[in-house]
Design a binder for this molecule. Structure first.
Ligand code: ADP
Ligand code: MG
Length: 754
């Protein structure tokens, strides 16, 4: 057993592990598991528990996995190695059904140390040798060894449940267990971030008891109670921070903005070619009430693609213009910014042309600011924004640059929030000078309530539930090439039919493909590339993802060229993707909108917000390369003009594969909320929160945002009450510290990168 230093000073959660365990163990904990303090170690939660007498199911082991198994020794064999000097000891362990080999080279003494009938824990990487699963030189401890001087394990074995920790090859689970035991024994009662009354109300154990419940449980109930407590704690700490943000926003002063009776908003409403839906009117009322207050609006507007969010946002922007201020609309892509600019100027008509012949006196101007503009165009837009001449400024990330100034920025509208972080929001709101602007965030990705409460917990939420009338339903079909390779011809025929009746079509591809290196398997033996159409058709689905004959998804540039020369010859086919220069993108979108292009072969640049009512059909190639929400967003581009929309999801994924199941789900419903739930359930929690948490400790480890709706709702209510009573958390230092720790070592990244 490793030598450890005597513990002298009081041990707290903040104590460095290096001062409590041996230097080598401390180093392994730090370097391999990223555990630095006592608190880190105690929050290195056991992955599972083994019960006394219960053996691990050996048949479930997978080659390549790092496994810790409890098993009984069934046979031990020692023999000289065939081709080398030395001894080979081969041990077979069993769980009563399955078997696993343990192999030791040149460790002759293992042959006598390990004896038939002994039980132990064996840890190592599972590999496969001639069809037999084995561990080579496993780490192990023998549990039936009465002579063992390892008191940790004697004690662990005496207890009914033994924790198995996420371990590494440098540090087995029992090594971690030893450190935990040492630390738990020495630990002073730690301050609890959950206030006692909150804890009692939910019947949760205190922090110290919960640590014991996880690391040294007597019963499953101990484990369950401890887990419930940590789940609640995670939700509660996060909700406290969000409540604090809401309360801080309420403290901020903002300039109230109100429309005037004969102003630009009234004129706009009068020239609107349609009636607002009841939902749009309701949202409009909520927004104008927010804008009229003297603290900044923080509102999330969610609604299906095409539910009319943009109109709501434009009306909010015009309210601010009426009040003499400016509004900025921030879009995630250049194509979308250009599209917003076009549709806004079109909806406003003469109201967007103040100062020009034919422009309305009560109107305003709209400026467009994107990264790809020429210097002259950009300079003009910058001037219009800075002088206040442009009441509305539409743009991409370029709006966030230092050079961009506003005369009086009163409202920031952010389209498709999930691509902008809170920090970027802050950069833009900083441009308002003294008082912070009102903020409206729009998203077409429906967000389940719990995720909204977690990720957007600092925002009020409005939802547009109905689609404007006249919207035709979208029919979605899967085109399963694995089973029906000839259906691809029907797809091209269908496109021709749509174009013949005057409609337009999108063909969406997962990748662009012109500068990527050629994949070896895509090249024929004579060095030529087979036509991609042949590849698509021949592609048999792998269990998941890409058809096996193609390591990559279909490339847009290849497909577009072949379609134009082949199945779609004679139609006006053009391409749109992110690598085109911005004026080219703009030109293509304009021509498509004007009906001068029949078939637009595009990447997901058309995913958000693009609005061409005459487009009736969308074909998604290699649809299994896209996520559920993404497909739902994509198909929202068609069926916007009163013509029935059709979306064809072309895939090589075979029936019954997860990829195919996903596509079938998208085809079976148009309910965005249901789909987004499905999508989130299939992803890791880290993805839900928008952060790459691989290899990093996440602040949400016990909590599952989708599953733990009630926990989150309870925690939110309690946190709100706590922050209302004590905004600075002055009387709750442990909670204050836990909230502050959210920001340590990027643990709360997802708060910034939603
Ligand atoms: P979203 O931004 O939510 O995707 P948009 O605001 O772009 O939706 O609206 C989609 C289309 O529906 C646009 O062409 C818009 O002009 C039109 N539209 C919006 N509101 C209505 C309404 N109340 N009645 C009819 N059409 C509407
Ligand atoms: Mg929109």
């Amino acid at each position: 057993m490793a030598k450890v230093l005597p513990i002298t000073a009081k041990t707290t959660l903040g104590t460095q592990l290096a001062s409590v365990v041996s230097p080598a163990t401390g180093k392994a904990l730090r370097e391999r598991l990223d555990l630095v303090t006592v608190g880190d170690l105690l929050r290195h939660y056991p992955r599972r528990y083994v019960q006394r007498g219960e053996l691990t199911d050996l048949n479930a082991l997978q080659a390549g996995e790092d496994a810790t198994v409890m098993a009984e020794i069934a046979s031990v064999q020692s023999r000289p190695m065939r081709n080398r000097k030395g001894t080979l000891v081969q041990v077979v362990v069993t769980d009563g059904k399955g078997k696993l080999s343990l192999t030791f080279f040149n460790q002759k003494w293992r042959g006598t140390q390990l004896q038939v009938g002994m039980r132990g824990l064996f840890a190592g990487k599972v590999d496969s040798y001639r069809g037999t699963r084995q561990l080579t030189h496993p780490d192990f401890v023998l549990l039936s060894d009465e002579e063992s001087d390892d008191d940790t394990l004697v004690e662990a074995f005496a207890g009914r449940l033994m924790p198995i920790y996420p371990a590494t090859s440098q540090l087995a689970t029992w090594g971690i267990a030893r450190c935990v035991r040492r630390v738990l024994d020495a630990l002073d009662t730690p301050p609890d971030p959950i206030p006692p009354d909150v804890r009692e109300r939910h019947g949760l154990p205190g922090l110290r008891d919960a640590f014991y419940g996880l690391h040294r449980p007597d019963t499953w109930d101990d484990v369950q109670a401890a887990r419930a407590r940590f789940r609640f704690e995670e939700a509660f700490v996060l909700q406290t921070e969000l409540a604090r943000r809401r309360s801080a926003a309420r403290e901020l002063a903002a300039k109230p903005r109100e429309a005037v009776a004969d102003g630009v908003l009234a004129a706009f409403d009068a020239r609107l070619p349609f009636e607002l839906t009841a939902g749009q009117r309701e949202v409009g009322a909520a927004i104008s009430a927010d804008l009229a207050r003297d603290h900044p609006m923080q509102r999330l507007l969610q609604g299906e693609v095409g539910s009319g969010k943009t109109v709501c946002a434009l009306r909010a922007m015009l309210t601010v213009v009426d009040d003499g201020g400016q509004a900025a609309l921030l879009a995630p892509t250049e194509v979308l910014a250009q599209q917003h600019y076009r549709s806004i100027t079109q909806l406003l008509g003469p109201l967007a042309e103040r100062g020009f012949i034919g422009g309305a006196d009560n109107g305003t101007r709209v400026a467009l600011l994107t990264g790809g503009q020429s210097t002259a165009v950009r300079r003009k837009a910058l001037l219009e924004a800075a002088s206040g001449e442009a009441g509305l400024v539409v743009g991409t990330h370029a709006l966030l640059e230092d050079k961009v100034q506003f005369a009086d920025l009163g409202l920031v509208v952010i389209d498709e929030q999930h691509r902008f972080g809170v920090e970027q929001r802050a950069a833009l709101t900083g441009k308002a000078g003294g008082a912070p602007p009102h903020v409206l965030v729009m998203t077409a990705t429906p967000i389940p309530r719990t995720v909204a409460m977690t990720v957007f917990g600092d925002l009020e939420v409005s939802t547009l539930t109905e689609l404007p009338s006249g919207r035709a339903p979208i029919q979605t079909n899967v085109v399963p090439l694995a089973e029906k390779p000839t259906w691809l011809d029907h797809v091209w025929r269908r496109i021709r039919q749509e174009v013949e009746t005057g409609r337009q079509v999108y063909v969406v591809c997962p990748r662009i493909g012109d500068d990527e290196p050629e994949e070896a398997s895509l090249v024929e033996p004579d060095g030529t590339r087979p036509p991609v159409l042949k590849l698509i058709q021949g592609g048999q689905g792998k269990p998941d993802r890409a058809p096996s004959s193609r390591p990559d998804a279909i490339a847009l540039v290849d497909l577009a060229a072949e379609l134009a020369d082949g199945p779609l010859a004679g139609l006006r086919v053009d391409v749109l993707h992110g690598r085109l220069p911005s004026d080219a993108k703009d030109a293509v979108m304009r021509r498509f909108a004007a009906g001068e292009i029949d078939v637009l072969v595009a990447t997901t640049v058309i995913e958000v917000g693009v609005d061409v009512p005459n487009a009736s059909t969308m074909v998604v190639m290699d649809a299994d390369w896209f996520g559920v929400s993404q497909l739902h967003q994509l198909r929202g581009r068609v069926g916007r003009g009163g013509y029935p929309g059709l979306c064809l999801l072309v895939t090589g994924a075979a029936e019954g594969t997860p990829a195919r199941t996903r596509l079938d789900a998208v085809a079976s419903t148009t309910d965005g909320f249901e789909l987004s739930r499905l999508d989130l359930e299939q992803r890791r929690e880290g993805d839900v929160l928008g952060a790459d948490q691989s290899g990093r400790r996440s602040s949400l480890r016990m909590l599952a945002v989708i599953r733990d709706e009630k926990v989150i709702a309870d925690a939110r209510a309690d946190a709100t009450a706590v922050v209302t009573a004590d905004p600075g958390l002055a009387r709750l230092p442990a909670l204050r510290e836990a909230v502050a720790a959210l920001y340590d070592d990027d643990r709360a990244d997802y708060l910034e990168k939603t």
